[in-house]
Design a protein around this ligand. Structure first.
Ligand code: KIV
Length: 294
């Protein structure tokens, strides 16, 4: 076993962190550069989320991406060979139609390089969870605000605020844990509900907008880095650690200015031939190119 394979995170290793002192960390990534930043920072899991539809592809919701789209992004992430566990979102309609389709779609994401898949929903999706597990593919659950149900839920709203809804979420969490999921994402639920669920289930809960009592936390790469566009109103749970979109725009502004001022490329950024060759080719009117300012 190599040093790097010894550090490689797996679904059973994530499950074993239940109730541990150090919370689990998951961050989304969708391509090689974002995967390198997440893995280089030491996160435990990289989620290739169907949020790719919104934060990368410009759609208004996550319903627009297919299993082929997800596999394309999973492949880019996996080819960076991260130590973090790559979890791939099964997109909307990839696990709703039939058991056979569900298993084939999950397998496509595993063949693209994922180490586990995530799907949304609780008791309603237990048959799908069992079928995927039966194909030896680890499954992460996802309950609370489930963006693939955006039309049924009536918008991006906090879930489980009423007693009955909170109890239903707790029952969903237990059903997912009992079915064999290795972890569950809890999205946009009151912290008290997340706490009850975390204490009740035997697998790690990974919160996003679910307070601090979960076994781990997940954020979207673009939210965390300030790369969500000037008009984006981030939800209250987002902590933005950098202003990368501003920094990137400023850097590209400097490039535009250098090109327009004729100061890019400088001589050191240019391939040259010998003066003799330039003379032979009759370039520069027979004289060597004048040196540009650096
Ligand atoms: O797609 C995604 O980014 C997610 C996270 C919000 C958990 O599912």
């Amino acid at each position: 076993m190599t040093a790097s394979s010894a550090r490689k995170m797996t679904a059973p290793a994530v499950a074993a962190r239940k109730g541990g002192e150090v919370p689990l960390v998951m961050v989304t990534a969708y391509d090689a550069p974002s995967a390198r930043t997440v893995d280089g920072a030491g996160a435990d899991m990289i989620l290739v989320g169907d949020s790719v539809a919104m934060v990368v592809l410009g759609y208004d919701d996550t319903l627009q991406v297919t299993t082929d789209d997800m596999a394309h992004h999973v492949g880019a992430v996996a080819r960076t060979r991260p130590n973090a566990l790559v979890v791939a979102d099964l997109p909307w309609l990839s696990y709703h139609v039939s058991v056979a389709e569900t298993v084939h779609n999950a397998a496509q994401l595993i063949r693209a390089g994922a180490g586990a898949v995530k799907l949304e929903g609780g008791r309603k999706r237990i048959e799908a969870v069992r079928a995927i597990l039966d194909a030896e593919i680890p499954v992460m659950g996802h309950i609370g605000l489930t963006p693939q149900s955006i039309h049924a839920l009536g918008g991006f709203k906090v879930q489980g605020k009423e007693l009955e809804a909170a109890k239903a979420l707790a029952d969903d969490a237990s059903a997912l844990a009992d079915a064999g999921c290795f972890a569950i994402v809890l999205e946009c639920v009151p912290d008290a509900v997340a706490r009850v669920i975390t204490e009740q289930v035997s697998i790690p809960t990974i919160g996003i907008g679910a307070g601090r009592h979960c076994d781990g936390q997940v954020l979207v790469w673009h939210d965390l880095l300030g790369f969500s566009g000037p008009d984006h109103r981030a939800p209250k749970f987002v902590r933005t650690y950098a202003a990368m979109e501003l920094l990137a725009t400023e850097a590209i502004e400097r490039f535009c200015a250098d090109v327009r001022a004729g100061t890019y490329p400088a001589s050191a950024e240019t391939y040259h031939m010998t003066d003799q060759m330039a003379d032979a080719l009759g370039l520069y009117g027979g004289t060597a190119e004048p040196e540009l300012a650096q």
